[in-house]
Structure formats: C-alpha cells, structure tokens
Design a protein around this ligand. Structure first.
Ligand SMILES: N[C@@H](CCC(=O)N[C@@H](CS)C(=O)NCC(=O)O)C(=O)O
Length: 155
C-alpha cells in the first residue's frame, strides 16, 4: 500500500512537471533523417536548460545519446569538462558536424536548423520565465536526477 501511494504521488508530480513545461516534448514537430553518428548530450536531469534541449530532441524525433551528469556524478562529468572545457550542462557534441556547444538556446536553434532546416517553432523558443518555471517543475519532481546516488552496476 505505501508503494502504491508513493507511485501515485510520483505520477502526480510527473504530470505537474509536464504541465509546468506546457507538455513540450510530447509531440513530434518535424521528423528528421537520423544523422550517421549519434548526437551526444551531456545532461542534468533536473536542469531546466537541459530539459529544453531534451524537448527539442523529442520534437525533432532525433535519436540522442544522453550522458547523465548529476552533481557528484563520476561517470561522465570529467569527460564533459575535457571536451567542452567546463562543467556546464547542457553540452552538445555532434560529431557529424564537428560541433561542441553550450547554451540551451543555441543548441535548440542548432538542432532545428541543422536537422529540420528551419528556425525554432514559436512553441519551442526560449521565454524569459522558463528557467524559473522549469526550476519549479524540477522541484515538483523532487529534484530527482540533480545529484548522483549510489547504484549497483548491471551484471
Ligand atoms: N545559460 C546556460 C545555463 C546552463 C546552466 O546554468 N546549467 C547549470 C545546471 S541548471 C549547470 O551546468 N551547473 C553546473 C553544475 O551543476 O555543475 C544554458 O542556457 O544552457
């Protein structure tokens, strides 16, 4: 029973998070041809800027290799800093075009330009209030994915 309650609270939190994000990333806007090499995104789950980029990937129906970089994470953080020069997320690496890029707005614009040949649709353009609302959205999801937690490796 406690598990069922926890599950329902999680679902409610998730629905609230999606509602605060205006349900962006639910629908495909443009179906692109997949690039030859997978695009890599160094990402923090609870970061509102990273969320914008993930929404764009979904809207473009683009495959992406997401490399989680939570605070305290030891798996990909050093790799990201080595490639980009600092630990800031999102960080996009696209070997198809030799692109290494920070800044969520630049990344979203790049993805739509490079893979859909168009500007960013109005719905996916950055709004001044998005970081604040996005932070609330992450808080509603209990900031899951912000910090690394001990896990066991799959066998
Ligand atoms: N202006 C940047 C802001 C990115 C940003 O502030 N990211 C934060 C996470 S929300 C970050 O990388 N913090 C460093 C860290 O957590 O180690 C963008 O739009 O991409």
């Amino acid at each position: 029973m406690p598990n069922l309650l926890a599950h329902n609270v999680n679902v409610l939190g998730s629905v609230t998070t999606s509602s605060l994000s205006a349900w962006r990333g639910c629908m495909v806007v443009e179906k692109c041809v997949q690039p030859e090499l997978p695009i890599i995104l160094y990402d923090m789950e609870a970061c509102p800027f990273c969320r914008r980029v993930r929404e764009a990937f979904t809207a473009l129906h683009l495959d992406v290799d997401i490399r989680p970089c939570p605070k305290g994470g030891q798996r990909f953080r050093a790799e990201a800093a080595e490639i980009g020069g600092k630990q800031q997320f999102p960080l996009l690496v696209d070997k198809n075009t030799d692109t290494v890029m920070y800044e969520s707005s630049d990344i979203v614009a790049y993805l739509f330009r490079e893979y859909a040949g168009r500007s960013v649709p109005k719905f996916y353009r950055g709004k001044p209030w998005q970081p604040a609302v996005g932070s609330v959205a992450s808080a509603v999801s209990a900031l899951r994915g912000l910090r690394a937690r001990v896990s066991s490796q799959p066998v």
